[in-house]
Design a protein around this ligand. Structure first.
Ligand SMILES: [Zn+2]
Length: 81
């Protein structure tokens, strides 16, 4: 808990006004480079945040979406959310 509180106070993603969108994109397997460009956050901050609040576990549960996105990208189609 202490580490999580420290995380909240210093994490640029937690302090970002679009934090929820960043998290949603990450959990939905958006490429981190896209998240970095879209929200103007640092790549290392995205990974630190993901580790700090457990987004990797949520993303793993969302593997089906990732597979669909990958299949569509290989076919040259666009992924619909
Ligand atoms: Zn954070």
């Amino acid at each position: 808990m202490r580490n999580l509180r420290r995380h909240w106070n210093f994490c640029s993603v937690c302090l970002h006004p679009q934090r929820e969108s960043i998290q949603t994109d990450f959990v939905n397997w958006e490429q981190v480079e896209v998240i970095v460009r879209r929200y103007g956050v640092c790549r290392s901050a995205v990974y630190r945040h993901a580790h700090g609040v457990g987004l990797f576990e949520q993303r793993q549960k969302n593997i089906r979406r990732a597979l669909k996105k990958l299949c569509l990208e290989r076919r040259g189609g666009k992924s619909k959310r």
